[in-house]
Design a protein around this ligand. Structure first.
Ligand code: CP
Ligand code: NVA
Length: 308
C-alpha cells in the first residue's frame, strides 16, 4: 500500500515548495484516496482554516478531506475572530499553531501568508493569495492525468488573466515538464518573477509561451483552462476588465480550434457567459466538476504528507 512521504519543506505556500517527485507522489496518493484504496488515520489532528476571502470549494474540500482522515477543522474568518480587529499575524499565528496541527490560510497579500508561516510552528498551506493558488493546481493536474494518463505531449492553454491561478499553473507545469501557454490581453501577463522561475526549471526547453492571441494559442492544445477576469478584491475593476478581456471568452468557436479530444477546465466560481459560455461549461469536453471534486482528494493527500 502506498504510504504518504514526509515532504522536504514544512509549508506549502507555493507550487515550488514541492519537487517534481513530490507532486507526482501527491497525485498518486490522491488517486488512491479517490479509489478508496488508502486509509490514513489523522485522529485528533486539527486543521485551522483562516479565510480572509470567501470560499466554497477550498473551505469545504479541506473540511471534508480532514474529516475523511479522521481529524477535525476549525473555521476562522475575520468577522468571528480577532483577525478582523487587526490582531497582528505574528500573534495570531503563534497562538493558533499551539492549538492546531496545520493551518490553511486564504488571504490577499502573499507576504501575509509568509508571515503566518514565519510565526507558526506548524505547517501552513496556501489556500489562495493574490499571487498563487497551489492547492487548486494539484487538483488540475490530477484531472489532466486522469484524462491523458501522463503529462507527455500535453499542451495546456490558459486563456484569461495572468493572475494567481495562472501563476501556480505555470510553476507546477514547469515542474511536470508540461507545455503551458498563457493567452491574455496586453498588460495582464503573469508575474515576472514567476515567469523567470519557470524558465529556470524548464532550462533550455522553451515550454512556456505567453501570447495575446487566444485563437493561435489554442491550436494543438489538449487542455483549455480559464478563470474569472476579475478576482476577489478586484470588484472595482470589473467594468474595465470586462472590456479589456473582450475576445478572451472560451466559447464553442475557440474550443473547436483545439484538439478534438481537448478537455476544458475552470477553477470555479465562474461568471458564466463572461470568461466561458454555458455551452462549454456543460459540454461533453468539460471536466470542470471532476476538477472541483479532485480538490478534496489532493488535499487529503497533501494533509497526509504534511502530517505524517
Ligand atoms: N476554486 C476555488 O478555490 O474555489 P473557492 O473560491 O470556492 O474556494
Ligand atoms: N483568480 C480567482 C480564483 C478564485 C478561485 C480569485 O482570486 O478570485
Amino acid at each position: 500500500m502506498l504510504k504518504p512521504h514526509k515532504l522536504a519543506k514544512n509549508n506549502f505556500l507555493s507550487s515550488l515548495d514541492l519537487s517534481t517527485e513530490e507532486v507526482i507522489h501527491i497525485l498518486d496518493l490522491a488517486k488512491n484516496f479517490k479509489n478508496k484504496e488508502l486509509n490514513i488515520d489523522l485522529k485528533n489532528k486539527v486543521l485551522g482554516l483562516i479565510f480572509d476571502k470567501s470560499s466554497t470549494r477550498t473551505r469545504v474540500s479541506f473540511q471534508v478531506a480532514m474529516t475523511r482522515l479522521g481529524g477535525t477543522t476549525i473555521d476562522l474568518n475575520p468577522t468571528t475572530s480577532q483577525i478582523g480587529r487587526g490582531e497582528p499575524i505574528n500573534d495570531t499565528a503563534r497562538v493558533l499553531s499551539r492549538y492546531c496541527d496545520v493551518l490553511a490560510v486564504r488571504t490577499f497579500n502573499h507576504s501575509d501568508l509568509e508571515e503566518y508561516a514565519k510565526w507558526s510552528n506548524k505547517p501552513v498551506i496556501n489556500a489562495l493569495t493574490d499571487l498563487e493558488h497551489p492547492c487548486q493546481i494539484l487538483a488540475d493536474f490530477l484531472t489532466i492525468k486522469e484524462e491523458f494518463r501522463d503529462f507527455k505531449n500535453v499542451v495546456l492553454t490558459f486563456v484569461g488573466d495572468g493572475n494567481n491561478v495562472a501563476n501556480s499553473l505555470i510553476l507546477c507545469g514547469a515542474l511536470l515538464g508540461v507545455e503551458v501557454r498563457i493567452a491574455c490581453p496586453k498588460g495582464y501577463e503573469p508575474n515576472e518573477s514567476i515567469i523567470k522561475k519557470a524558465g529556470e526549471i524548464y532550462k533550455d526547453k522553451n515550454l512556456l509561451k505567453i501570447t495575446n492571441d487566444p485563437h493561435k494559442a489554442v491550436l494543438g492544445s489538449n487542455v483549455l483552462y480559464t478563470d474569472v477576469w476579475s478576482s476577489m478584491g478586484e470588484e472595482n475593476l470589473k467594468e474595465k476588465k470586462d472590456n479589456d478581456f473582450n475576445g478572451f471568452t472560451i466559447d464553442s468557436n475557440l474550443v473547436s480550434k483545439a484538439y478534438k479530444d481537448a478537455i476544458i477546465l475552470h477553477c470555479l466560481p465562474a461568471y458564466r457567459s463572461k470568461e466561458i459560455t454555458d455551452e462549454v461549461i456543460d459540454s461533453r469536453q468539460s471536466r470542470i466538476f471532476d476538477q472541483a471534486e479532485n480538490r478534496m482528494h489532493v488535499q487529503q493527500a497533501l494533509l497526509a504528507c504534511l502530517l505524517s
